[in-house]
Design a protein around this ligand. Structure first.
Ligand code: URA
Length: 192
């Protein structure tokens, strides 16, 4: 079955199981993911914001524009990568996704990763990082690749990065994020 078909089935499954009904009730739509289904890199953010909720595409608002800039510093375009979020409905008033919401969506994120089958998973911010690396502190480990094995099953090379929204208006974090992005192609080359 094609990857697109498998992702469509995953989407249908989330809708049929009425995952996070309270979030679903107030969101415009489910925001599954965007980009190249054969990408070597999958980026995982937190949850859709207002623009993402309206358009059904992750990272299209201010953080998304900044993410595009960061991708360019690594010589990448959005069409080269796949982008998604741990929680796939917009939380009301852009609040942080709750532990329950993240936990409920986690198995679906893992299935999404299995379908795309990237070489590298890049978490953006602490919400998605925390599920791959419980207890990790982003300030200590950002930009450093680490192999993670999930449920004794799939192993991914994970690179935890700061969330673009955190770096957008903070000069020093912005530089840190740009430096980390610039190192991504080198990390991938070493894996090949
Ligand atoms: N922030 C996220 O974490 N995800 C989006 O899709 C947009 C902003």
């Amino acid at each position: 079955m094609s990857k697109q078909r498998q992702l469509d089935n995953l989407r249908a499954d989330i809708l049929a199981k009425n995952i996070c009904p309270d979030l679903a009730a107030q969101a415009t739509q489910l925001v599954m993911g965007d980009g190249n289904l054969n990408a070597e890199i999958v980026f995982i953010g937190e949850a859709p914001g207002k623009k993402e909720d309206e358009q059904g595409v992750p990272f299209v608002g201010a953080s998304g524009k900044f993410l595009n800039e960061m991708l360019a510093t690594a010589g990448l375009e959005r069409a080269d990568v796949y982008i998604t979020n741990i929680v796939k409905y917009r939380p009301p008033k852009n609040r942080d996704p709750s532990k329950d919401e993240k936990q409920t969506f986690w198995p679906y994120l893992l299935r999404q990763l299995e379908i795309i089958n990237p070489k590298v998973v890049i978490t953006l911010g602490r919400h998605s990082m925390g599920y791959f690396l419980p207890g990790a502190v982003i300030g200590n480990i950002h930009g450093q690749p680490v192999d993670v094995t999930i449920d004794d099953d799939a192993t991914y090379c994970l690179i935890p990065l700061y969330h673009p929204a955190a770096a957008l208006y903070n000069g020093s974090l912005r530089q840190t994020l740009a430096d980390d992005f610039m190192r991504v192609p080198e990390i991938i080359k070493k894996l090949a």
